[in-house]
Design a protein. Structure first.
Length: 61
């Protein structure tokens, strides 16, 4: 799904994958994004992504 989003936005997958990894793990380098999502599980993955979105919104204000 991530690659499909990148394709629809006409950007490279890494432009979504790397920031998403940071949002989920807090690290720039680490396990693969998809493996990380599996380990975290769906609920925790969604929770962390929502938290990251809220933080970004606060920074933009």
């Amino acid at each position: 799904a991530v690659r499909e989003v990148a394709s629809s936005l006409q950007i490279k997958g890494g432009q979504i994958i790397h920031p998403t990894r940071v949002s989920l793990s807090g690290k720039k380098v680490g396990p693969g994004l998809f493996e990380l999502m599996v380990v975290l599980g769906q609920d925790k993955t969604i929770k962390r992504l929502k938290e990251a979105i809220e933080k970004i919104k606060e920074v933009k204000k």
